[in-house]
Design a protein around this ligand. Structure first.
Ligand code: NAP
Length: 232
């Protein structure tokens, strides 16, 4: 595999879509730093990655750990920072806002909304001026497309994530870097469940294609895996 010299930092890559995105960029010749919370399959992947995968540790909900990661990566520069980490309720994921506990609501919001933005705020200066800052959002974050309800708190978390990225974009209006909110489709993972429409292999190559296609374009884009704009 040719080393393209491109570099990515993928946060939340121990399994599911983040792990697959890491493997996908490695297969495209990128150098990847990928994070886990506890030892994961990333270490086996690193063994076959010809030195192009570095494994780091961070829990995005612990600001001290995010700051420590920033310190460890102080001499790095990335073409892509991608925050993939996300969660759903521990109880029934179809619970409405009337059913969910305050504790579970807060956990989902802290993980899916506050923490990705904290990671971006803390690590964004490691991203090159020509680079991209992306987050794994969801089609469920679309307010305009929510005609059927369901997965209410998860949906609300991704809508709030999108809103905070818009605020970040507004605050950095002169920043040449590209900002992406990606909707990977409904995918069979632990979070997506076995009834999801797509396999990981049907989703992630398109997500990576879209990230690469938008490199250097600048601005904030809310996109699906085919590169089509999702209704806000
Ligand atoms: N699957 C879908 O249908 C779908 C659709 C749209 C969007 N998404 C989004 O895609 C992203 C990945 O989802 P997935 O389906 O791959 O889920 P998954 O298989 O459950 O994987 C979740 C990943 O996030 C990591 N993570 C969770 N909390 C974290 C924290 N506090 N700090 C650091 N890492 C953390 C997990 O690490 P551990 O192994 O340490 O738990 C794991 O690597 C999420 O943002 C999700 O909302 C998924």
């Amino acid at each position: 595999m040719n080393d393209t010299g491109k570099t990515a930092l993928i946060v939340g890559a121990s399994r599911g879509l983040g792990y697959a995105l890491t493997a996908e960029f490695l297969s495209r010749g990128w150098r990847v730093t990928a994070t886990e919370r506890t030892p994961s399959a990333l270490h086996e992947l690193a063994e076959s990655a010809e030195g192009r995968l570095t494994v780091e540790t961070v829990d995005i909900t612990v600001p001290e750990q995010v700051a420590a990661l920033r310190e460890r990566l102080a001499r790095s520069a990335f073409d892509l920072l991608y925050v993939n980490a996300g969660t759903n309720y521990t109880t029934d994921p179809s619970a409405t806002v009337a059913d969910v506990s305050t504790e579970d609501f807060a956990r989902v919001m802290v993980t899916n909304v506050l923490s990705p933005l904290r990671v971006i705020e803390t690590l964004q200066d490691l991203v090159r001026a020509t680079g991209t800052i992306g987050v794994m959002s969801s089609g469920q974050g679309s307010i305009a497309d929510n005609t059927k309800g369901g997965f209410e708190v998860y949906r609300a978390s991704k809508s709030a994530l999108n809103q905070l990225m818009r605020s970040f974009a507004a605050r950095h209006a002169d920043d040449p870097r590209t900002l992406l909110l990606m909707a990977p489709g409904w995918v069979k993972t632990e979070l997506g469940g076995p009834g999801a429409r797509l396999t990981i292999d049907e989703s992630i190559p398109g997500v990576a294609d879209t990230i690469e296609a938008y490199a250097g374009k600048g601005g904030l884009h809310y996109l699906d895996r085919e590169g089509k704009t999702v209704n806000w």
